[in-house]
Design a protein around this ligand. Structure first.
Ligand code: COA
Length: 200
């Protein structure tokens, strides 16, 4: 509602279908059209995968805040502020910013090698717990691939992502986490990049 109001000065109808899932409802309101079954499934799966996220930095922040006997709302605010950082929930947006201007796989490789030279972190890679690969990444990657084959998909974005993944694994032994392919999946769902972290 806020997106359409603030961006297009339009007040949208927010009533939902009786049997709409959270994913279908979100995409319907956001896109203002009926999304495809694949789009709904991809988004639904991404929400489930993001929910699978145990004792992470934002949860830790929330616990610290409420342990001072501060209130519940302050705990949530602390958590949101922590989640926003690029090393945590903000990584999906940062991964998209890395990928968005890359026109080909070779250009992607060039950019990645420049990052290596400058010893920069590649967002959407690495995980404190999943050192040998994030099992959630395999699932969201498949949805990103499926979306890339649709009319509104972006095969170049998917192929560039795959090349980056291959080099990171082969040369650095660092695997993509959930955020890396979530970036291309959300982008192909037509979601604006600055919405990625709030969705998480
Ligand atoms: N890109 C490049 N190098 C990376 C890297 C990345 N994304 N993630 C880790 N490394 C390197 C580190 O530079 C370090 O190298 P060094 O030993 O030469 O200094 C080594 O791998 C170990 O890194 P470390 O920071 O100890 O790993 P960690 O388990 O403590 O950190 C993260 C985990 C998630 C904070 C880290 O991988 C990261 O910053 N990733 C990018 C942000 C991201 O995608 N966050 C979402 C997480 S779900």
């Amino acid at each position: 509602y806020w997106y359409h109001f603030q961006e297009y000065n339009k007040r949208i109808n927010t009533s939902t279908g009786e049997n709409d899932s959270v994913a279908l409802n979100f995409l319907k309101l956001y896109k203002q059209e009926i999304p495809s079954e694949l789009e709904v499934k991809a988004f639904d799966v991404s929400l489930i995968l993001y929910a699978e996220h145990d004792f992470n930095a934002s949860t830790f922040s929330a616990r610290v805040t409420v342990s001072t006997l501060s209130d519940f709302y302050s705990g949530i605010v602390s958590a949101i502020g922590t989640l926003r950082g690029h090393l945590h929930g903000g990584a999906n947006e940062a991964a998209m910013h890395f990928l968005e201007d890359i026109k080909s796989e070779d250009k992607g490789e060039e950019k990645l090698r420049q990052y290596f030279k400058e010893k920069k972190l590649v967002m959407g890679f690495g995980h404190r717990i999943y050192k040998n690969g994030d099992p959630r990444s395999i699932i969201i990657k498949e949805y990103s691939r499926k979306l890339s084959l649709t009319k509104s998909g972006n095969q170049n974005l998917y192929k560039v992502s795959e090349r980056i993944e291959k080099i990171m694994i082969n040369e650095k032994k660092i695997f993509p986490n959930l955020d890396f392919y979530s970036a291309s999946a959300y982008n192909q769902l037509g979601i604006r990049t600055d919405f990625f972290t709030p969705i998480f």
